[in-house]
Design a protein around this ligand. Sequence first.
Ligand SMILES: [Zn+2]
Length: 244
Amino acid sequence: MKDFIKWFLAVIVMLLLCVGFVYLYSYPRLREKGLVDYFQHRQDPDSVDLPRATGLAQCSAAPFIMPTAGWVGILYGDSILGTVNHSGLDIFGLEGNGITPVYAAYDGYVTRLPEWVSAVIIRHPEDPLVPGRQIWTYYTHMGDSSGRSYVIDQIPPGTVELPVKQGTLLGYQGDYNGQSWRPIDTHLHFSIVLDDGNGKFLNETDIANTIDPSPYLGMRLNTTCADRPPLCRPDFGCEPLASQ
Ligand SMILES: [Zn+2]
């Protein structure tokens, strides 16, 4: 019995050491990415002023509008808190479920597969930045953890190719995360998805099938050179401009 207690204590100490190490390792990164402020905001919203993007806002010369309002917390390519090379943007409305509107980023045709509780995808026949190419924009987590959908009634499951204009209301932010064991906070996941060349969208969970949203929104949103918080700027790319 004594041996059991010794082993039990040893395991506890090891676990505490591991947790401490992970915390110390990740703390500067979390601070740099604003996540420490975000967690603090969750505890006490008045204790920290979290910068928020404005829904429907558009940077000059950028083709897309910001598809929702909130703290742009997890950017393109981020690999933090269990996300591996994040394929899009996570925008946290900070208002709870079913409140913060989500809008179409650009004109196109919206589809919602029959099994999609919280997601829609819009086909854009003409990529505004790469003429001749078809692209898609994907919007998800528009539902709550019990499976209630916040996608608007006019886009029911099974909708195919309904024309939408830039700025059309699609639904509201939520925290639905499918069958995943990982609970999430209320937000919109937004990504720009490549076409397979035969008129179908590719699997957006693989970053290789998605596009850096920076030039489409006119902001540095790629984790390798992102502004935190993001801001409109003409030099949104990670590479120095050719003229410089
Ligand atoms: Zn995401």
